[in-house]
Design a protein around this ligand. Structure first.
Ligand SMILES: C[S@@+](CC[C@H](N)C(=O)[O-])C[C@H]1O[C@@H](n2cnc3c(N)ncnc32)[C@H](O)[C@@H]1O
Length: 249
């Protein structure tokens, strides 16, 4: 399976805003008490725990063993599983996913698995990176990759679909799309661009020897400063979210 390497402590420190900003997506789920809900790409389980507190029978799945362990530590049931190879059949009333789907390269496989996992009448409520998400970071990462002898395009780990593309994909699988929005969301970075890169740029840095990793990230940071750092030294990332709700008829 596709596994993911994440550091739960670094995620909490540098990206604790991710589940916090996922709150409005949770609300889109509506009533969950007594329902079976899958949290796809649950990470360390912050939002899974909230679903459980709201009375859902939850299950979290994530490709990272460390994130699954962190979620279990919170007291939510979680399993290591590739979202591109979900192994559930008509088991859930809802599938929820925040900030995870764009890490899965084969979107068709993910959404087909979600369709199978839902009971008829079940809903998918998702927020992920959408078209244009972290565009400046992607360009800088690819420029730095070229300078450090890496093929940025080949390493690019994310899929940031447009509303049209994701809507067509969902419809082709058989979903009824109830809502689809692209939401620009400039996002302050609590630990700056370097902290963000430490947490999210692993798919690039892991191909460099350890001693070249910091120079690589500093080069990316320097390229981004004129665009994303203000005069006080605060960083804001150019997040764009794709938020959608779709039902299995
Ligand atoms: C940015 S975190 C979001 C975690 C959580 N949903 C939240 O809101 O905090 C992305 C998560 O997606 C998971 N992920 C990436 N690729 C995956 C895959 N193919 N299958 C399942 N999980 C995956 C990562 O391991 C990581 O925990």
């Amino acid at each position: 399976m596709t596994s993911q390497t994440w550091n739960a402590a670094s995620y909490q420190e540098n990206a604790g805003f991710v589940p916090i900003l996922g709150g409005p997506v949770l609300e889109l789920l509506g009533e969950v008490a007594g329902q079976d809900v899958l949290d796809l790409g649950c990470g360390d389980g912050v939002l899974t725990e909230r679903l459980q507190a709201a009375g859902a029978r939850v299950m979290g799945v994530d490709a990272s063993a460390e994130m699954v362990a962190a979620a279990r530590k919170r007291g939510v049931p979680a399993e290591q599983m590739d979202g591109q190879d979900l192994r559930f059949d008509a088991r859930f009333d809802a599938v929820f996913s925040n900030a995870a789907l764009h890490w899965m390269r084969d979107q068709d496989a993910v959404l087909q698995g979600v369709f199978r996992a839902l009971r008829p009448g079940g809903r998918l409520v998702c927020e992920m990176g959408g078209q244009g998400n972290v565009a400046a970071e992607v360009v800088a990462l690819h420029q730095a990759a070229a300078e450090f002898g890496l093929d940025g395009a080949a390493l690019h780990p994310w899929r940031f679909p447009s509303p049209q593309e994701q809507g067509d994909r969902l419809a082709a699988i058989g979903f009824t799309v109830q809502r689809m929005e692209l939401i620009p969301r400039p996002t302050p970075l609590p630990t700056g661009m370097y902290g963000w890169l430490i947490t999210f740029a692993g798919p690039y840095t892991r191909h460099l020897p350890v001693e070249r990793q910091e120079p690589f990230l500093r080069r990316v940071e320097a390229m981004l400063a004129p665009a994303l750092r203000d005069q006080q030294g605060n960083w804001t990332a150019d997040y764009v979210r794709l938020r959608f709700v779709a039902e299995r008829p």
